[in-house]
Design a protein around this ligand. Structure first.
Ligand code: ADE
Length: 242
């Protein structure tokens, strides 16, 4: 069971992604809880302002510290070391390894930044972590928070069925996944590799490991740099995958 508390000025953005597929099932089964907190509800002026012009001038708007602070204080904390995360392109880069680490916590608090940025005091005094989902800039932290919710939730025990087990995923294994096929065996002359129809499980398993390695070598050679190859894998590499 994991609880996400998401602080946002656009809670409605989360309704559809959390309301379908495996995430909805996980929520319905009580394995994942998603609590949305509208930062705007904690703005105390009559216009419910959550942003203001930057000190020192310049373009854009900056998210104010007080509504975020008050909103955060309204969130019940489940323990002393709850990650309180600011979603920002300046944060630590999100990865499968980080998803695994985060999935070990009973609660995650995600703050979605917006506009030109967030008052620096949020970063300095209110959060204990900053995460980026990649080297590009989104219009706000909502989509990146959804990415965290999705990637972490599927690692919570019981969310995936056995057959979809996360332990064999790309990245968990340090390799990209092998190609998948399903019926029909032939479509417009495009055939399924013979070995997959053979029923020989040892050969199928070896083919899949080889394809996985080949694909990683071609597409993401950086992943192989960190990997200790088995003798068989070294042989495949030496043979150049003929
Ligand atoms: N907000 C805007 N861009 C982002 C990114 N790349 N990662 C996390 N939060 C963001």
């Amino acid at each position: 069971m994991i609880r996400f508390d998401i602080l946002t000025v656009f809670p409605e953005m989360f309704v559809s992604p959390c309301g379908c597929s495996l995430l909805k099932k996980a929520v319905d089964r009580g394995l994942v809880a998603i609590h949305l907190h509208d930062i705007r509800g904690h703005a105390d002026d009559k216009h419910h302002m959550t942003d203001d012009a930057p000190y020192g001038g310049g373009g854009g708007m900056v998210m104010k510290v007080e509504p975020i602070d008050r909103c955060l204080q309204s969130v019940p904390l489940n323990g002393a070391d709850v990650p309180i995360v600011l979603m920002t392109p300046q944060g630590e880069r999100f990865s499968q390894k980080m998803a695994e680490e985060l999935a070990g916590h009973p609660q995650l608090i995600l703050i979605c930044g917006h506009y030109e940025g967030v008052d620096e005091r949020v970063r300095k005094h209110l959060v204990n972590r900053e995460i980026s989902i990649g080297d590009y800039v989104l219009t706000g932290g909502e989509l990146s928070a959804m990415v965290i919710v999705d990637a972490v939730s599927r690692l919570v025990p019981g969310v995936l069925g056995n057959s979809e087990s996360a332990s064999l995923d790309s990245f968990s294994m340090g390799l990209l996944e092998y190609p998948h096929y399903t019926r029909p065996a032939e479509h417009r002359g495009w055939e399924v590799p013979e070995v997959l129809l053979s029923g020989n499980h040892r050969e199928i398993e070896a083919w899949r490991r080889r394809e996985s390695l080949l694909r990683t070598w071609k597409r993401r050679p950086d992943l192989l740099r960190e990997r200790v190859l088995t003798a068989e894998e070294k042989r495949w590499m030496a043979e150049g995958f003929e």
